[in-house]
Design a protein around this ligand. Sequence first.
Ligand SMILES: [Fe+2]
Length: 235
Amino acid sequence: MKQQFEQYTQEDFDVWETLSSRQEVNLKDKACTEYLSAIDDMKEVLYPGRIAEFSQLNDWFETRTGWTMYCVPGLIPVDKFFELLAKKQFCSSTWLRNMEQLDYLEEPDMFHDVFGHVPLLSNNVFSEFIHEFGKLGVQNIKNEERLIQLQRLYWFTIEFGLIDQNGPKVYGAGIASSFGESIYSLDQKTARVPFNLDEVLTTFFETDKIQEKYFVIESMEQLYQAIIELKARWK
Ligand SMILES: [Fe+2]
């Protein structure tokens, strides 16, 4: 499957522009430094004025952390998902929400996948974390309990993680790509707890509800150490 760039409509470009420019402004004081500097580094291939073209993203990554975009029609089987990550292939949708559902989505679209996830793939430590995560998934693909634990780890870090940088900041893609959740997750009244690997591995989540609590890491290095620890435990 390939991104059919010429098939995007004017509405698609308008949606991309509206979401990206709104969120770039919104995240200026909310996203972590790693995310913001990645957005800055990638400004020639990822910016509000034009839908991101996967071939350009691939060229950009080739001389950096080496990720490539892998187009998927929607959610894919878990074994395929881990296999791709283990090969540094990041799966992404190519469709975009329409103007009537800017803030409501049942499945991740290209704005979530690209604007939310892709910037941090250029960060060396985060890139290694997610790569190791994929490899660990492949090694444990027949172990249902471990796969559930890995899904929780993914959910509370890669999707909905916060990091402490003089106060909580956003790095999870589910938050970074959501106008409402980037505000809510940092609200004084919202529950936030320090990241703890064992607690994350045993915490349930529901995909269609707003998060009850967020886990806050101290640094990207802490994430990487967490996956290394899990790998050692599961040997
Ligand atoms: Fe996601």
